[in-house]
Design a binder for this molecule. Sequence first.
Ligand SMILES: [Zn+2]
Length: 258
Amino acid sequence: MAKYMIRLDDFCPTNNLKKWEPFFSLFDEFNIKPIIAVIPSNTDPKLMSCGTYNVNYWPTVRYLSSLGYAIGMHGYEHHYQSKNSGLLKINNRSEFAGLPYRMQEKKIRSATAIFKAEGVPVFCFVAPAHSFDHNTLKALRHQSPVRVISDGVLNKPYKKSGFNWIPAQLSEAVWQSTGTWTFNFHPETCSEKTFDDLRKFVEKYHRDFVQPQELSYKPYTWFDSVREFWLIQSRVFIDALKYFLRSTLSATKPHTVN
Ligand SMILES: [Zn+2]
């Protein structure tokens, strides 16, 4: 039987909270404890224009933490500084991947200090745009107490490189026969249909949801490394193929004359 978790990304002081409230109500109703990816010092202009400034931002984060939500360190400023897709090769933008170690170390140190000053225990690291590299992991090891990474493509929690990994594989609620799955949503941009589908899924399968803090982790084997490599590279290949087909089709499209 499969197990499920939910991760909500981009909690920051300028959220449009009306978009977040339906998620919180749903979790309350079914006693689900999600991972919530909290940005400690947001400077991302897109996220800064979502809503008005919430003066109760940190009290709200503390409240969610007191409910049993697993708080994730969602980078430091959520400000993309490189086009590096990192270890997972999902998005060509990053706040961390490709940057020198010293820069990454400073970001992790600053983020850790903010959570500490605000009295918020951090459960895991959640890289903005799923993009981070070995230097990010090294910085986390040296500058933070965080030893859980919410990311990855395998279908089970595992131990690797001194961290416990909780893969975050899907951006919608999809039934699975086996494995442990994280559904990753962005409430600021989530469509009503995606939320409705989640609600229906939760109504049906809420007993199969687990709390991230209660997971057990398996050792990472050579078979896992082959499978991980295959999953990442096949997605990179499919993305490249789609890009090629799109650009070929638009180049062969007849031009219309007005
Ligand atoms: Zn984000």
